[in-house]
Ligand binder design. Structure first.
Ligand code: GLU
Length: 500
């Protein structure tokens, strides 16, 4: 183990809902930092300009705070290595890329997109797995500068060895090796002048003094490129530790098709942050005593990174529910449970947003419970025979509802007005009357064929619960096969553009 002061980081990309995988990494980094008197840094990796949004960044910070993860440096709290948002550090990455150009470890590549596809195909045919631009690699610096100065578009690529093996060390896996010939000459700076994840990530980990990189297993294939960057800069690499991939109960990679993956969903559905953290802590780690219920402080007291086990941990919702139940039953009396409920949803602000929708339908005060219960639930039972749409089969309706889910995934503004606008556009483009389209949605969302106004109700329910209930309706209609989903996705992208 390294004897540098422990500094770890969690580095989410703000593209969409805060993901439970981010919470998982944050928890293990946090626990490790605290167990070694170290620091946790939160860094926002927003170099993907098309997909990053400030709303997503805000939601990530809020979700991690809700869980009780505390970071010592970050975009909101500042710190000695500010800024902690990569979009504000672009100049730094450009300077570093230039340093590599000057040292001859990187080169400009002027190949056009079309020519690149052809070249890649040719290299594949010759049995070459990675990709390199021979012309760029050999071009003189004068010629490269001249072409760049004349305004010709280019990317900057890292010069990867063409033979030999890259030997890497992972804290949990020991030595792993990979042939260099299988690895692309990685793009470091894109044609828009922005860095790729690889360059920005390595430069920041170094400049921010990161001692241990603890992240998801999906990044292990990028490790050769990262190690090569450390070498090219002459920097000491951190210790790398890739956490096991979280899995669905059928052992496939955790996906939102099979499990809710947004932290906000669990918050809205009434899970306690302590229980969710405890559940995440059990994924790949266990208390030496075997006790399954533990606080984060108890975890910190016992935690050793080497003890994380690699057998694919299963994100089992039944287990989470069981654990959450133990927290509710064992850790609360009536008063503290009431406070937990209040914190969650039973509070004046939320009731005052719901009641105006129920009021026109209330004859007695006691009607409020029946009329508004679905706002305070996770699942809302419905009669599957109510799920129908004029002239459509169950399969067609399932496909339509899936389209609605995808559309809502992209909907950042979840106000009634914005939702109404979106559904108008959806109904036009799908050539279905808005009234008809809303009927199965009433059933899926409220459990009834008629209820409080749809878009206002959706705005109160929030995006996570809305999408989850519609997904349950898709299942109730018989679900969609992987093949059907792929077809549907193509149609969707043709109609509405990429799903992002
Ligand atoms: N931005 C990357 C992500 O979204 C960070 C990966 C890493 O930790 O290196 O997961």
């Amino acid at each position: 183990m390294s004897d540098r002061p422990v500094r770890v980081r969690v580095a989410p990309s703000p593209t969409g809902d805060p993901h439970v995988g981010t919470a998982y990494q944050a928890l293990f980094n946090y626990t490790f930092a605290r167990s070694r008197a170290g620091k946790l840094i939160l860094r926002i990796e927003d170099t993907d300009r098309a997909r990053s949004t400030p709303e997503s960044e805000a939601a990530i910070l809020e979700s991690l705070s809700w869980l009780g993860i505390e970071w010592d440096e970050g975009p909101d709290v500042g710190g000695p290595h500010a800024p902690y948002r990569q979009s504000e550090r672009v100049v730094i990455y450009r300077q570093h890329a230039r340093q590599l150009l000057d040292a001859g470890s990187a080169y400009r590549s002027f190949i056009s997109k079309q020519a690149l596809d052809q070249l890649r195909a040719d290299q594949r045919e010759q049995g070459w797995q990675g990709f390199f631009d021979a012309e760029g690699r050999e071009m003189s610096r004068e010629q490269s500068d001249r072409r760049a100065d004349s305004g010709e578009p280019f990317v900057i690529r890292l010069k990867t060895p063409l033979d030999g093996d890259c030997v890497m060390k992972d804290l949990l896996r020991g030595e792993v090796s990979k042939e260099w010939a299988q690895i692309d000459d990685q793009i470091l700076i894109k044609s828009d002048g922005y860095p790729t994840y690889h360059l920005a990530n390595v430069v920041d980990d170094h400049l921010m003094g990161i001692s241990h990189v603890i992240r998801g297993e999906e990044w292990i294939s990028s490790l050769p490129k990262h190690l090569l960057l450390y070498e090219a800069f002459g920097w000491q690499p951190p210790v790398f530790c890739h956490l096991p991939l979280l899995r669905n109960p059928d052992k496939s990679k955790l996906s939102k098709r099979k499990n809710p993956v947004s932290i906000g969903y669990y918050q809205r559905a009434g899970y306690l942050p302590q229980a969710l953290l405890n559940f995440l802590g059990l994924l790949g780690w266990s208390m030496p005593s075997g006790e399954e219920k533990f606080t984060i402080d108890e975890m910190i007291a016992e935690f050793r990174l080497e003890d994380v086990s690699l057998g694919g941990p299963v994100f089992d919702l039944r287990k989470l529910r069981w654990l959450n139940g133990r927290y509710i039953r064992e850790d609360h009396d009536a008063r503290s449970l009431r406070l937990a409920l209040e914190n969650w949803a039973l509070n004046a602000t939320r009731l005052e947003s719901i009641l105006p929708l129920a009021q026109p339908r209330m004859d007695a005060l006691s009607d409020w419970g029946y009329l508004t219960a679905f706002f305070l639930a996770d699942e809302e039972p419905f009669d599957p025979t109510d799920l129908k749409l004029k002239g459509k089969t169950a399969d067609e309706l399932a496909a339509l509802l899936q389209t609605v889910i995808w559309r809502l995934e992209q909907q950042r503004d979840f106000t009634p007005e914005a939702l109404q606008q979106t559904f108008r556009e959806l109904s036009d483009s799908l050539e279905i009357k808005l009234r008809d389209l809303t009927l199965p949605l009433y059933v899926a969302l409220t459990g009834k064929t008629a209820s409080t106004p749809l878009f206002q109700s959706m705005a109160i329910l929030g995006s996570d619960i809305v999408r989850m209930r519609i997904a349950r309706a898709v299942d109730a209609l018989g679900g969609l096969s992987s093949k059907k989903l792929r077809e549907l996705e193509k149609q969707y992208e043709a109609r509405f553009g990429t799903r992002g």
